[in-house]
Design a binder for this molecule. Structure first.
Ligand code: AR6
Length: 175
Protein backbone atom coordinates (compact mmCIF):
# COMPACT_ATOMS: atom_id res chain seq x y z
CA UNK A 1 0.00 0.00 0.00
CA UNK A 2 1.22 3.51 -0.76
CA UNK A 3 2.87 5.21 2.25
CA UNK A 4 0.60 8.29 1.88
CA UNK A 5 -2.57 6.15 2.18
CA UNK A 6 -4.07 5.29 5.59
CA UNK A 7 -6.97 3.03 6.47
CA UNK A 8 -8.89 3.97 9.61
CA UNK A 9 -12.17 3.05 11.28
CA UNK A 10 -14.54 5.87 12.23
CA UNK A 11 -17.13 8.44 11.27
CA UNK A 12 -16.02 10.52 8.30
CA UNK A 13 -17.94 13.59 9.51
CA UNK A 14 -15.55 13.88 12.46
CA UNK A 15 -12.27 13.69 10.58
CA UNK A 16 -9.85 16.63 10.80
CA UNK A 17 -8.80 16.75 7.16
CA UNK A 18 -8.92 19.47 4.51
CA UNK A 19 -11.67 17.80 2.51
CA UNK A 20 -14.02 14.86 2.97
CA UNK A 21 -15.68 12.96 0.15
CA UNK A 22 -19.42 12.36 0.13
CA UNK A 23 -20.93 9.26 -1.54
CA UNK A 24 -23.79 11.29 -3.00
CA UNK A 25 -26.43 10.64 -5.65
CA UNK A 26 -26.78 12.45 -8.98
CA UNK A 27 -29.41 14.87 -7.66
CA UNK A 28 -26.94 16.22 -5.04
CA UNK A 29 -29.98 16.85 -2.83
CA UNK A 30 -29.04 14.53 0.02
CA UNK A 31 -30.04 11.01 0.97
CA UNK A 32 -29.31 8.30 3.53
CA UNK A 33 -26.04 6.61 4.56
CA UNK A 34 -22.92 8.74 4.67
CA UNK A 35 -24.65 11.44 2.59
CA UNK A 36 -27.32 11.85 5.28
CA UNK A 37 -24.68 11.88 8.04
CA UNK A 38 -22.62 14.57 6.25
CA UNK A 39 -25.65 16.81 5.69
CA UNK A 40 -26.80 16.40 9.30
CA UNK A 41 -23.35 17.31 10.63
CA UNK A 42 -22.72 20.13 8.14
CA UNK A 43 -26.09 21.86 8.63
CA UNK A 44 -28.34 23.81 6.24
CA UNK A 45 -25.57 25.84 4.56
CA UNK A 46 -24.34 22.71 2.75
CA UNK A 47 -27.80 21.74 1.54
CA UNK A 48 -28.37 25.29 0.26
CA UNK A 49 -25.11 25.14 -1.70
CA UNK A 50 -25.98 21.70 -3.10
CA UNK A 51 -29.41 22.97 -4.19
CA UNK A 52 -27.74 25.82 -6.07
CA UNK A 53 -25.33 23.45 -7.78
CA UNK A 54 -28.17 21.08 -8.67
CA UNK A 55 -30.09 23.96 -10.23
CA UNK A 56 -27.09 25.46 -12.08
CA UNK A 57 -25.52 22.28 -13.43
CA UNK A 58 -28.30 19.72 -13.17
CA UNK A 59 -26.65 17.58 -10.50
CA UNK A 60 -23.61 15.34 -10.88
CA UNK A 61 -23.35 12.37 -13.29
CA UNK A 62 -22.17 8.98 -12.00
CA UNK A 63 -18.37 8.84 -11.78
CA UNK A 64 -17.92 12.63 -11.60
CA UNK A 65 -17.25 14.93 -8.63
CA UNK A 66 -18.10 18.48 -7.48
CA UNK A 67 -16.74 20.68 -4.68
CA UNK A 68 -18.64 22.63 -2.02
CA UNK A 69 -17.94 24.24 1.33
CA UNK A 70 -18.31 22.18 4.48
CA UNK A 71 -20.74 24.10 6.71
CA UNK A 72 -20.22 23.12 10.37
CA UNK A 73 -17.91 20.17 9.62
CA UNK A 74 -14.31 20.21 10.85
CA UNK A 75 -13.19 19.75 7.22
CA UNK A 76 -12.79 22.86 5.01
CA UNK A 77 -14.64 21.45 2.01
CA UNK A 78 -16.68 18.52 0.73
CA UNK A 79 -16.22 16.74 -2.58
CA UNK A 80 -19.48 15.09 -3.66
CA UNK A 81 -19.01 12.16 -5.97
CA UNK A 82 -21.50 9.63 -7.30
CA UNK A 83 -20.53 5.97 -7.32
CA UNK A 84 -22.29 3.40 -9.49
CA UNK A 85 -25.29 1.35 -8.39
CA UNK A 86 -24.22 -2.33 -8.47
CA UNK A 87 -26.12 -4.11 -11.26
CA UNK A 88 -24.16 -7.36 -11.37
CA UNK A 89 -20.84 -6.01 -12.67
CA UNK A 90 -21.54 -5.93 -16.41
CA UNK A 91 -22.65 -2.28 -16.63
CA UNK A 92 -19.26 -0.59 -16.32
CA UNK A 93 -19.47 -0.47 -12.52
CA UNK A 94 -15.72 -1.02 -11.95
CA UNK A 95 -14.72 1.81 -14.33
CA UNK A 96 -17.33 4.15 -12.85
CA UNK A 97 -16.17 3.43 -9.31
CA UNK A 98 -12.54 4.09 -10.30
CA UNK A 99 -13.68 7.35 -11.97
CA UNK A 100 -15.44 8.46 -8.78
CA UNK A 101 -12.15 8.05 -6.85
CA UNK A 102 -10.00 9.56 -9.62
CA UNK A 103 -12.18 12.61 -10.24
CA UNK A 104 -12.38 13.31 -6.50
CA UNK A 105 -8.59 13.07 -6.18
CA UNK A 106 -8.14 15.29 -9.26
CA UNK A 107 -10.36 17.97 -7.73
CA UNK A 108 -8.44 17.77 -4.44
CA UNK A 109 -5.13 18.07 -6.33
CA UNK A 110 -6.36 21.11 -8.31
CA UNK A 111 -7.29 22.84 -5.05
CA UNK A 112 -4.03 21.81 -3.38
CA UNK A 113 -5.79 20.07 -0.48
CA UNK A 114 -3.16 18.29 1.60
CA UNK A 115 -5.44 15.75 3.29
CA UNK A 116 -8.58 14.02 2.04
CA UNK A 117 -10.83 11.37 3.59
CA UNK A 118 -12.94 8.92 1.56
CA UNK A 119 -15.80 6.64 2.63
CA UNK A 120 -16.18 3.25 0.93
CA UNK A 121 -18.11 4.66 -2.05
CA UNK A 122 -21.02 2.57 -3.41
CA UNK A 123 -20.68 -0.20 -0.78
CA UNK A 124 -23.81 0.69 1.22
CA UNK A 125 -27.15 1.55 -0.36
CA UNK A 126 -25.68 1.15 -3.89
CA UNK A 127 -24.80 -2.49 -3.13
CA UNK A 128 -21.27 -2.76 -4.59
CA UNK A 129 -19.62 -5.92 -3.16
CA UNK A 130 -17.26 -4.69 -0.45
CA UNK A 131 -14.21 -6.80 -1.37
CA UNK A 132 -14.31 -5.83 -5.05
CA UNK A 133 -14.82 -2.17 -4.13
CA UNK A 134 -11.86 -2.32 -1.71
CA UNK A 135 -9.56 -3.58 -4.47
CA UNK A 136 -10.60 -0.75 -6.80
CA UNK A 137 -10.35 1.94 -4.12
CA UNK A 138 -6.87 0.88 -2.98
CA UNK A 139 -5.54 0.45 -6.52
CA UNK A 140 -6.97 3.72 -7.86
CA UNK A 141 -5.76 5.81 -4.92
CA UNK A 142 -2.28 4.23 -4.92
CA UNK A 143 -1.86 4.85 -8.65
CA UNK A 144 -2.97 8.48 -8.28
CA UNK A 145 -0.55 9.08 -5.41
CA UNK A 146 2.33 7.67 -7.44
CA UNK A 147 1.65 10.30 -10.11
CA UNK A 148 0.74 13.36 -8.02
CA UNK A 149 2.15 15.34 -5.08
CA UNK A 150 -1.34 16.41 -3.94
CA UNK A 151 -3.23 15.35 -1.94
CA UNK A 152 -0.35 14.51 0.36
CA UNK A 153 -2.35 12.11 2.58
CA UNK A 154 -5.42 10.01 1.75
CA UNK A 155 -7.50 8.42 4.50
CA UNK A 156 -9.94 5.63 3.74
CA UNK A 157 -12.52 5.81 6.52
CA UNK A 158 -14.32 2.52 7.19
CA UNK A 159 -17.50 2.91 9.21
CA UNK A 160 -17.84 -0.63 10.47
CA UNK A 161 -15.38 -3.20 11.76
CA UNK A 162 -16.05 -5.64 8.90
CA UNK A 163 -15.13 -3.06 6.23
CA UNK A 164 -12.08 -2.01 8.23
CA UNK A 165 -10.80 -5.62 8.41
CA UNK A 166 -11.49 -6.15 4.73
CA UNK A 167 -9.65 -3.01 3.63
CA UNK A 168 -6.67 -3.89 5.86
CA UNK A 169 -6.59 -7.39 4.44
CA UNK A 170 -6.72 -6.16 0.84
CA UNK A 171 -4.04 -3.54 1.47
CA UNK A 172 -1.69 -6.22 2.81
CA UNK A 173 -2.33 -8.38 -0.26
CA UNK A 174 -1.56 -5.41 -2.50
CA UNK A 175 1.89 -4.90 -0.87
N1 AR6 B 1 -18.66 7.68 8.02
C1 AR6 B 1 -18.00 6.84 7.19
N2 AR6 B 1 -18.62 5.91 6.44
C2 AR6 B 1 -19.97 5.82 6.54
C3 AR6 B 1 -20.73 6.67 7.38
C4 AR6 B 1 -20.02 7.64 8.14
N3 AR6 B 1 -20.65 8.49 8.95
N4 AR6 B 1 -22.05 6.32 7.24
C5 AR6 B 1 -22.10 5.29 6.38
N5 AR6 B 1 -20.85 4.98 5.95
P1 AR6 B 1 -23.70 4.67 1.53
P2 AR6 B 1 -23.50 4.39 -1.40
C6 AR6 B 1 -20.41 3.94 5.02
O1 AR6 B 1 -24.95 3.88 1.55
O2 AR6 B 1 -23.52 2.92 -1.28
C7 AR6 B 1 -27.26 7.82 -0.17
O3 AR6 B 1 -28.65 7.82 0.02
C8 AR6 B 1 -21.31 2.75 4.79
O4 AR6 B 1 -21.14 1.79 5.84
O5 AR6 B 1 -23.63 5.89 2.36
O6 AR6 B 1 -22.48 5.05 -2.30
C9 AR6 B 1 -26.84 8.72 -1.33
O7 AR6 B 1 -27.63 9.88 -1.39
C10 AR6 B 1 -20.78 2.23 3.46
O8 AR6 B 1 -19.64 1.39 3.67
O9 AR6 B 1 -23.34 5.16 0.01
C11 AR6 B 1 -27.06 7.82 -2.51
O10 AR6 B 1 -28.40 7.81 -2.91
C12 AR6 B 1 -20.28 3.50 2.75
O11 AR6 B 1 -20.31 4.54 3.74
C13 AR6 B 1 -26.66 6.46 -1.99
O12 AR6 B 1 -26.87 6.52 -0.57
C14 AR6 B 1 -21.15 3.93 1.60
O13 AR6 B 1 -22.52 3.67 1.90
C15 AR6 B 1 -25.21 6.16 -2.23
O14 AR6 B 1 -24.95 4.84 -1.86
Amino acid sequence: MHSRLRIIQGDITRQQVDVIVNAANSSLLGGGGVDGAIHRAAGPALLAECRQLAASRGGCPTGEAVLTGAGNLPARAVIHTVGPVWRGGGQGEAELLASAYNNSLQLAAEHRFATIAFPAISTGIYGYPKAAAATIALRTISQFLQQHDYPQQVWLVCFDEESYRLYRQHSEQAD
